[in-house]
Design a protein around this ligand. Structure first.
Ligand SMILES: Nc1ncnc2c1ncn2[C@@H]1O[C@H](COP(=O)(O)OP(=O)(O)OP(=O)(O)O)[C@@H](O)[C@H]1O
Length: 266
């Protein structure tokens, strides 16, 4: 059983939900697996992530987490599921996803507070641990997001997600705005999370070089449909679908077997 199972998902958006965006999309991620989700701008990657966490309504299909169909949850059940934090979505734009008036530490402690985990001191300890996990100095905890660098803000959004110990983590372009050092740090962190905490990770990115050394599988979306899916090395080095071939050919760093980021074996 996969931690995340997306089955035949259709999403329609726009006025009166008449514009079809996703057409019967399937996606799975097992515990400890990193799945890369790629596709050109507008192919539906963000919409799929939003559908998984219930932010985009499903026209058809199901989303299951640990075998439980969460797409059918309503009312109190849905609220309980959201509070539980088993699925976390790290938005593309950290500035927009962090409240500008809430300090870093309070922002990271919010998830445990909503879940009702422990008391104030425990929550703060959890938040500090999450900040340390993403390589941020807990001394930054007293700052507001506007006083952080872009890379630090990105890590805060990831720390927020980690503070509730998710089973499934979806990250939307978590490394594209980062310099090489920050990018490698985040990628190593994701690799550790999947190995040590067996988190199922869906990584949305245009940065195929980042996926080369870290993703187990890659799923390719084109105009709201999955056109190819397979082991990362196979998809990146021997793409079968003509659209994937064009997508990969347009990225200069994916022209050989040497990944930019080598997966650590320790
Ligand atoms: N609220 C909305 N109403 C109508 N159409 C929408 C809405 N939100 C997104 N779309 C459309 O859905 C399609 C998929 O958008 P989405 O953001 O999921 O793509 P994406 O693959 O994540 O793109 P990017 O790589 O640029 O982030 C696009 O054509 C977009 O214009």
């Amino acid at each position: 059983m996969s931690a995340l199972e997306v089955d035949g998902v259709e999403v329609r958006l726009g006025r009166r939900a008449t514009t079809p965006i996703l057409h019967g999309v399937d996606l799975t991620a097992r515990s400890g697996e990193i799945v890369g989700l790629i596709g050109e701008t507008g192919s539906g990657k963000t919409t799929l992530a939003r559908a998984v966490v219930g932010l985009a309504p499903l026209h058809a299909g199901t989303v299951r987490v640990d075998g439980t169909p969460v797409s059918g949850l309503r009312g109190a059940e849905l609220r309980r599921f959201r509070r539980g934090g088993r699925v976390q979505y790290v938005f593309q734009d950290p500035l927009r996803s962090l409240d500008p008036d809430v300090t870093v530490l309070d922002s990271v402690a919010e998830g445990p507070a909503i879940r009702g985990d422990g008391q104030g001191a425990d929550r703060r300890a959890r938040a500090v641990a999450a900040l340390e996990q993403v390589g941020l100095d807990p001394a930054l905890g007293d700052r507001l997001p506007g006083r952080l660098s872009g890379g630090q803000r990105q890590r805060v959004t990831i720390a927020r997600a980690l503070a509730v110990d998710p089973r499934v983590l979806l990250l939307d372009e978590p490394v594209s705005a980062l310099d090489a050092a920050n990018r490698n740090h985040v990628l190593r962190l994701l690799d550790r999370l999947r190995r040590e905490r067996e988190v199922a990770i869906v990584l949305i990115t245009h940065d195929l070089g980042s996926l080369a050394g870290i993703a187990d599988r890659i799923v390719v979306l084109y105009r709201g449909r999955v056109v190819e899916e397979g082991p990362a090395a196979r998809v990146l080095l021997e793409p079968a679908d003509p659209y994937t071939q064009r997508l990969i050919a347009s990225v200069p760093s994916i022209d050989g077997p040497r990944p930019i980021y080598a997966r650590s074996t320790t």
